[in-house]
Design a protein around this ligand. Sequence first.
Ligand SMILES: NC(=O)c1ccc[n+]([C@@H]2O[C@H](COP(=O)([O-])OP(=O)(O)OC[C@H]3O[C@@H](n4cnc5c(N)ncnc54)[C@H](OP(=O)(O)O)[C@@H]3O)[C@@H](O)[C@H]2O)c1
Length: 221
Amino acid sequence: MSTVVITGIGKGIGRALAEKFVSEGFNVIGTSRSGKTDVAGTLVFELDLSDAESIKRTAHAIHAEVPVIDILINNAGVLLDEDETTLRPELLRGTLEVNLLGTVAFTEALKNYIVQDGHIVNISSTAGSLALADGSASHFPHHYPAYKISKTALNMYTRTLAVELSGKAIVSSVHPGWVQTDMGGPEANITPAEAAEGIFTVAISAPETGQFWFKGEKLPW
Ligand SMILES: NC(=O)c1ccc[n+]([C@@H]2O[C@H](COP(=O)([O-])OP(=O)(O)OC[C@H]3O[C@@H](n4cnc5c(N)ncnc54)[C@H](OP(=O)(O)O)[C@@H]3O)[C@@H](O)[C@H]2O)c1
């Protein structure tokens, strides 16, 4: 049975992803800050990506449970400056702690346990696309600068890790769409289950490494 590790399965897209992978017969290892989830058939560990000790402890516990990982999905993330039009350094710091530094530390702690030709999927956003930052995307051009910066940096981690793991594992950034979650809001145009379908399709395929995907198409960086 293939094993997938998914961060943030307590709610939103991560919860829907856990349900999808369980329904497809995967061994699903998830994380949440509470250490709980209501998704049946998963094993969940407590993880706070802003806490270095929590990251170390949880990566160790996951490795003790599953010696190898087929797919790692870095889904957990925060949007702390949704209503801000000015970059606030304290919000940038808090955002980077989770969306970049914690995600990188967790991945670095687990990357050696990814199987040959396994897949590391970083849930990114078109908000982090430099090419789309002129307002041509649906994102407000002046809003949530810290979140945008964090996803741009995460995308560069995808690129650098893809080079490092070339020939060993695939590394991708994936945009989930605009999704009806606490982060996306109720006016978003797809459900978490629909987003999970799209992410699942990319995650189980063997796409060109080091790319940024949405609905089977490459997004511009
Ligand atoms: N929704 C959208 O329209 C949209 C669009 C583009 C990209 N995304 C990306 O998709 C991913 C999932 O977002 P979502 O819409 O499902 O958001 P969400 O409903 O707000 O869920 C965020 C998830 O991240 C976890 N999380 C937050 N802070 C954490 C921390 N310090 N340590 C560990 N986990 C933490 C949460 O865990 P708890 O349950 O413990 O709070 C929760 O599971 C994010 O990376 C987001 O940037 C979303």
